[in-house]
Ligand binder design. Structure first.
Ligand code: URA
Length: 259
């Protein structure tokens, strides 16, 4: 087949366009702008279904590395929660109903890390208890066939960002020591990073989730499996996306069962 074969060219163009559209969706674009974006346009939405805030962050009240708690090698979740207290380390404390610390087995082999509480989570104090959480629970209980109470689930930030926007860098750095404390306390055999923000945080670089999902990485010696955020799956409910998440979760569970 020659390079000028129009059918082949068309197939390649479609594949390139599809890859580009997937990247746009991951980076938060819900539609492809045909003109330069106007300032009044709504903010884009990340793969986690959250708005990506484009204005610079307000100065953080804390989150300074030198204020970060130093955990013993294996803290307990109670110690980590106790140190978090009625946290006012960043501006998220102002809009929250309550802190959403974590949920599940303190000795779980498998840990899930999301981005931050949404409306339902803020109201009930439980991570992943809204629509995305229902899907996550179905994937764990229906797919992996283990009770949700057997795994541990938490988020990067423990307080709901206003209008569910993506947490700002100072909010992430204020809360990160507590995620690290949770990981040190639970000592899971594998972590599933849900979506781009959690994956980028744990991998230490900005990632495109479709490029890194399905491959093993490591955080502080613990295997990390990045996968699509359930909110992304709800919005892009294709057989292919569901198959990929299923594949990632199965690999993560299998990893926890390796000798
Ligand atoms: N999305 C998240 O990232 N975390 C939750 O707890 C709920 C929705």
């Amino acid at each position: 087949m020659s390079a000028a074969d129009p059918r082949r060219e068309a197939r390649e163009l479609v594949a390139a366009a599809r890859a580009w559209l997937e990247e746009c969706a991951e980076d938060g674009l819900e539609s492809i702008p045909t003109t330069a974006p106007q300032p009044a346009e709504p903010a884009p939405v990340a793969d986690t279904g959250r708005e990506v805030l484009e204005t610079p962050p307000p100065p953080g009240q804390a989150g300074l590395l030198d204020e970060a708690p130093a955990w013993p090698a294996t803290p307990t979740l109670e110690e980590v929660r106790g140190t978090l207290g009625e946290c006012t380390r960043c501006g998220l404390c102002q809009g929250r109903t309550q802190i959403v610390f974590g949920d599940g087995n303190p000795e779980a082999d498998l840990m899930f890390v999301g981005e931050g509480p949404g409306e339902q989570e803020d109201r009930r104090g439980i991570p992943f208890c809204g629509r995305a959480g229902e899907l996550l629970t179905r994937m764990i209980e229906g797919g992996l066939e283990i009770p949700r109470s057997q795994v541990y689930i938490c988020n990067i930030v423990k307080c709901r960002p206003p209008r569910n926007r993506t947490p700002l860098p100072d909010e992430v750095s204020a809360c990160r020591p507590f995620l690290d404390g949770q990981i040190a306390a639970v000592r899971p055999r594998a972590i599933v990073a849900l979506g781009k923000p959690a994956t980028s945080l744990l991998l230490g670089r900005d990632v495109a989730i479709s490029r890194v999902r399905g491959q093993w990485h490591e955080y502080r010696g613990i295997p990390v499996m990045p996968t699509f955020h359930p909110a992304f799956i709800l919005r892009q409910y294709t057989q292919e996306n569901r198959r990929l998440v299923w594949q990632d979760l199965k690999a993560a569970l299998a990893r926890t069962r390796e000798g």
